[in-house]
Design a protein around this ligand. Structure first.
Ligand SMILES: [Cu+2]
Length: 358
């Protein structure tokens, strides 16, 4: 589907089609029938036209009662803290399951393949020079693996040693170098295993901690529900618009460190509004490479963004590819003033309607 060229009316058709497709997916446990989806009719609502997408201020400020993702489903963007320096072994267990219900947008549920029941998988954290010991338990019906980025022996690379259904395998390596890394299943076809949800972020801290800050981690991905090669939803941390429905509260002047990873097979361009950030490409340096407000990340690329807001108010953070933003890759920082506990909920703009994302 060429969602980029859609009118609002067509977007309504898309949502209806996706709802039907997702229902079929859940019921049948297999790919939905595109023919059935194409017969779906747009929802008949009280409005004369379907609401604009959540990527626009019009939606955010004009349709406050629009269906939102339940708060309990929101992916906590706070990574685990840096590990204590005397802890030399960092152990995790990742359980793979198939057919886990995952709500990618309000009411749109897919049968995901998951690490520990979630998309993306858990945020793993260790320290340079320490041992990472990660056990994969395969509760699925087909072989799975974990492939980590970073330096490690070939037999820990998660490509050749397929873990059979009912089996387990422990990956162990010395974390090297420090930085931000993806991990994902590498079982064939990897495109299917990754797309279905088997991916996550690993943070390796330098021996000397980075300066303490409020930390956020964000995995950028997308979901192509009918597998027609064109993604239907894009997301920060696995659910479209979740931080639009539930903004992230920050404090004026509070230093923030955001770990960002693009795991999808398109270019992404994370961008924060009303601010600039210090960019640490791949997180492999403690000295910033650049002061900017947007960075392009190809597939599997990642970065650390450090910033603080000088002024209170609502600020969008988004992927600068407009289609990605309009289909879910946007959210809000609600920057609270330090002087008094100001109500920083998004004020209704007088003339900003429709002027989103720039
Ligand atoms: Cu797999």
């Amino acid at each position: 589907m060429q969602a980029a060229k859609m009118t609002r009316a067509q977007y309504g058709v898309l949502i209806a089609a996706m709802a039907l497709a997702a229902a079929a997916l859940v019921w049948m446990g297999q790919s939905p029938d595109p023919a059935a989806a194409s017969q779906a009719q747009p929802p008949t609502q009280g409005h004369h036209a379907p609401p604009p997408t959540k990527g626009s201020e019009t939606f955010q400020f004009t349709y406050p009662d629009q269906k939102r993702l339940p708060a309990e489903l929101v992916f906590d963007p706070t990574p685990p803290p840096p590990p204590p320096k005397d802890k030399k072994v960092h152990e995790y267990t990742l359980v793979v399951e198939e057919g886990v219900e995952h709500e990618v947008a309000p009411g749109i549920k897919i049968a995901a393949w998951t690490f520990n029941g979630q998309v993306p998988g858990p945020i793993l954290r260790g320290r340079e020079g320490d041992v990472m010991r990660i056990t994969l338990v395969n509760k699925g019906t087909q072989p799975h693996t974990i492939h980590f980025h970073g330096v490690h022996p070939a037999q820990m690379d998660g490509v050749f040693e397929l873990v059979p259904p009912g089996g387990s395998f422990t990956y162990e390596f010395v974390a090297n170098p420090y930085g931000v890394f993806p991990y994902h299943c590498h079982s064939n076809p990897a495109s299917k295993h990754i797309h279905n949800g088997l991916y996550g972020m690993m943070i390796i801290d330098p021996r000397e901690d980075r300066p303490p800050m409020r930390e956020l981690s964000m995995v950028m991905s997308a979901f192509d529900l009918d597998r027609d090669g064109d993604a239907d939803f894009y997301a920060w941390n696995g659910r479209a618009f979740q931080y639009a429905d539930h903004p992230i509260d920050l404090q004026q002047g509070e230093p923030v460190r955001m770990y960002v990873l693009n795991i999808f097979e398109e270019m992404m361009a994370p961008h924060i509004h009303g601010n600039m950030f210090q960019l640490y490409r791949s997180g492999t340096s403690t000295k910033p490479h650049e002061l900017t407000d947007v960075v392009s990340l190809g597939i599997a690329e990642r970065a650390i963004l450090e910033f603080k807001y000088d002024y209170p108010g609502p600020y969008m953070f988004q992927c600068h590819f407009s289609e990605h933003m309009e289909l879910g890759l946007m959210g809000w920082f609600r920057v609270n003033g330090t002087e008094k506990k100001a109500d920083a909920s998004p004020a209704k703009p007088a003339a900003a309607a429709g002027h989103a994302g720039h």
